[in-house]
Design a protein around this ligand. Structure first.
Ligand code: T4K
Length: 370
């Protein structure tokens, strides 16, 4: 009988249960379960080494470091960002009372188009918040040039960019700060989790205060902080997952190669190729459907795939600028963001994770070939 099990867009990387159990036993015996425990400290250190960055501060998800980075840098007024992302990017601005200003994307990468940033700068602009969408690196050099020229801060939403390097250097070192998501659906996960990457010890200390209500000691609070402390169980889980993340990325790379080999000849289906000098993490595999050439709309293909139990996802449709909270903003005007609209209306992210089998990949490709 034909196997039609569900193939989901992703599947979490899970540590070995016996190894995790052994660490849980250690935590139980120590009776120290949260508040900067030893596993928490070890994970921050291990991540800084793995990611080739000077400092990492763990957070309980990928949204709170965005909100906290804006607080720490005292960003106000207007921030230039992309509509082509997960809604948390723009929400972090809204939670800080900042007005998002959407700038269109570069269709060759899906990332904010640096050449359109200057036109969106006003006297109220204080920062740029780009996103390395699907883990594809933004043009960080050009963005920094513009930021320096206008005296703006740059906070990268690097939720998708775990382990991504350009010419051997971590993409997370760009800008003033970068944030990561370690959600279950990401290349590297701590179930729920996230992190902020910063350049110096002073900032790391300040951020560590902010994620602990602003406490600097038992009786002193220096800022209106938040609670985003990661517990010992998730930290131990994260240490175990870090050991297998390279194998997971390699497994993902093989899936990407198989997709590209099979889909390059399909008229009306396009995708991104690897960028020279970049260590990709293959966090997502978006394909773009041209309805004239493919003979079917994106949604027709999407629902046809679902009928075969192949559950791709339309990340990022609708655009953030189309949600009710944001669509009244002047920069949400569809005429301002034609490339983002085109991408959002043509994208399907194919299933992409470490545990896909060859027959899964064949089944997925078949649904597109048919
Ligand atoms: N910035 C960017 C650019 C982001 O993409 C995100 C999050 C953030 C910031 C914020 O970071 P976090 O605060 O979330 O850490 C997912 C994730 O919830 C979200 O983390 C992610 N981006 C976003 C792009 O996707 P959903 O609602 O699409 O996930 P869900 O629950 O539908 O899961 C998708 C598939 O994954 C399921 O069909 C099966 C599989 N799955 C999922 C979970 C949760 C599993 O197999 N096991 C699981 O436990 O949002």
């Amino acid at each position: 009988m034909e196997d039609k099990h569900q193939i989901t867009v992703t599947s979490p990387l899970l540590p070995d249960l016996d190894e995790f159990h052994a660490l849980l036993k250690e935590i139980w015996e120590s009776k120290w379960i949260t508040n900067n425990g030893s596993f928490h400290q070890r994970l921050e250190q291990a991540l800084a080494e793995y990611l080739k960055v000077p400092y990492v501060s763990l957070f309980t998800n990928g949204t709170l470091p965005l909100i906290t980075a804006l607080q720490a840098l005292r960003i106000t007024g207007e921030v230039i960002t992309t509509p082509y992302s997960f809604v948390a990017t723009t929400h972090s601005l809204w939670w800080n009372g900042i007005k998002p200003v959407f700038v269109d994307i570069d269709p060759s990468t899906g990332n904010i188009d640096p050449e359109r940033i200057e036109a969106a700068i006003t006297p109220k602009t204080t920062a740029i918040m780009p996103v390395h969408v699907y883990g594809k690196p933004c043009d960080t050099i050009r963005i920094q040039e513009i930021a320096d020229k206008y005296g703006l801060k740059v906070i990268y939403d690097a939720a998708h960019a775990f382990g991504v390097e350009v010419n051997g250097e971590s993409i997370l070192n760009a800008g003033d700060m970068s944030t990561l998501s370690f959600h279950a659906t990401k290349v590297y996960n701590t179930i729920e989790g996230g992190a902020m990457v910063m350049h110096d010890a002073k900032t790391k200390k300040h951020i560590d205060y902010l994620k602990n209500f602003g406490f600097t000691g038992e009786t002193e609070v220096v800022a209106p902080g938040i609670n985003s402390k990661v517990d010992e169980m998730r930290s131990a889980y994260g240490l175990l997952n870090l050991r297998q993340v390279d194998d997971a990325i390699e497994a993902r790379r093989k899936v990407a190669v198989a997709y590209r080999d099979a889909l390059r000849s399909v008229e009306g289906i396009t995708f991104f190729d690897d960028m020279p000098g970049v260590r990709h993490n293959y966090s997502y595999f978006p394909v773009f459907v041209d309805k004239e050439k493919y003979g079917m709309t994106r949604d027709e293909l999407y629902f046809k795939m679902r009928e075969s139990n192949v559950l791709g996802r339309r990340y990022f449709y609708p655009l953030i600028s189309e949600f009710s909270t944001y669509r009244g903003l002047p920069s949400a005007n569809p005429e301002n963001i034609p490339n983002a609209r085109r991408m959002a209306s043509s994208v399907i992210c194919l299933p992409m994770h470490h545990a896909l089998t060859n027959s899964d990949v064949e089944r997925i490709i078949d649904t597109i070939h048919k």
